[in-house]
Design a protein around this ligand. Structure first.
Ligand SMILES: C[S@@+](CC[C@H](N)C(=O)[O-])C[C@H]1O[C@@H](n2cnc3c(N)ncnc32)[C@H](O)[C@@H]1O
Length: 321
């Protein structure tokens, strides 16, 4: 249904990551990108509405208030490219401000087809906005979405929702470097990042009372069952959120509640778990405002402006390439 430009998002890539992550290393781990299938993307949308998870509301409020200034400082871009758009609900503020000046093209990039469907049906209807969704990984998607642009066309890249925090700080720096290398001088990047906050507030946000984040995390085992013929019994595992203060990150793990062996048909192998052993499924790094500016500037971005939400603790930083 969408232009699909990456080879690394299909079942065989999933099988390879599951095999490497659960069977080959000493510590079990899976890349967080695999959390977002149709069920995972729907559960993530619910998480953004939970009272404990103020991140998306803070992100949206900053975008709503600052959108006209962001668009002006970004040089009134004709192309708005969003990395990991999800449903794109809060992106409408930026698109409305940009399309108030001229017709624009919006290119949401996501590995989740379900998220892209929601996004393009919502945002493709905005006046002056032509939506061209891309089912792709971030860098492949940027490459594809910049093809054929005119010499005087400006691009604004959006990376919202603190998805940058899923990288380690070192990976984040390398990633921002790789993004900048694909752009031209005068193009811009708007980076949303969650800020350091008290431990209890963070643990509540990633282990909510309704159990939606737990379902989001455990769905990864459900996905292995559905797509790779896995035989995980979900009630034999539990969601766990941890805060690692030294590395300033929340970690999501799936803990095995017993010693067990689980067959995965597509791999023709079983995976062994000790009682209490975990699969590390996601990290969410929390930043200090100056740290975000420094990460960008170390790899050649110039910071234009930063907006802060003091209530929840969230930041938007606009960089110029
Ligand atoms: C934390 S959600 C954020 C969604 C939205 N930007 C927001 O702020 O609410 C991360 C999104 O990035 C997508 N994603 C994760 N890894 C990706 C990758 N390597 N390439 C493209 N999209 C990815 C997921 O499918 C998901 O929709």
């Amino acid at each position: 249904m969408f232009a699909a430009v990456s080879e690394t998002i299909g079942t065989s890539a999933f099988a390879r990551d599951v095999s490497e992550g659960l069977m080959d290393g000493t510590r079990k781990t899976l890349p967080s990108s695999w959390l977002y299938d149709e069920v995972g993307s729907a559960l993530f949308e619910v998480i953004t509405l939970l009272p404990e998870y103020g991140l998306t509301r803070a992100d949206a409020a900053l975008l709503r208030d600052a959108a006209p200034e962001i668009v002006r400082l970004a040089g009134e871009p004709e192309r708005v490219i969003e990395l990991g758009s999800g449903s794109g609900t809060k992106t409408r503020y930026i698109l409305e401000a940009a399309a108030a000046e001229q017709d624009i093209t919006y290119l949401p990039i996501d590995i989740s087809g379900a998220a892209l469907s929601a996004c393009s049906s919502l945002l493709g209807k905005l006046p002056g906005v032509s939506a061209q969704p891309l089912e792709a990984t971030y860098l492949d998607g940027i490459e594809y979405s910049l093809r054929g642009r005119e010499a005087d066309e400006r691009a604004l890249i959006l990376f919202l929702g603190s998805t940058i925090g899923n990288f380690t700080p070192r990976e984040a720096e390398d990633f921002l470097d790789a993004v900048r290398e694909k752009l031209r001088p005068g193009d811009s990047l708007l980076l949303g990042a969650d800020l350091v906050k008290p431990r209890e507030q963070l643990l509540r946000a990633y282990d909510d009372a309704l159990g939606v984040t737990a379902a989001f995390n455990l769905n990864l085992l459900g996905r292995i069952n559905r797509e790779l013929g896995g035989e995980f019994v979900l009630s034999r595992f539990a969601h766990e959120a941890r805060f690692d203060e030294r590395h300033s990150r929340i970690e999501m793990h799936i803990r095995s509640l017993t010693r067990q062996r689980v067959w995965i048909g597509a791999l023709d192998r079983a995976v062994e778990f000790e009682d209490g052993e975990t699969i590390w499924t996601e990290s969410s790094h929390k930043f200090r405002p100056k740290e975000i500016a420094a990460i960008g500037e170390r790899v050649g971005w110039e910071m234009k402006r930063q907006w802060l939400d003091p209530d929840w603790g969230f930041s938007e930083t606009l960089f110029s390439a």
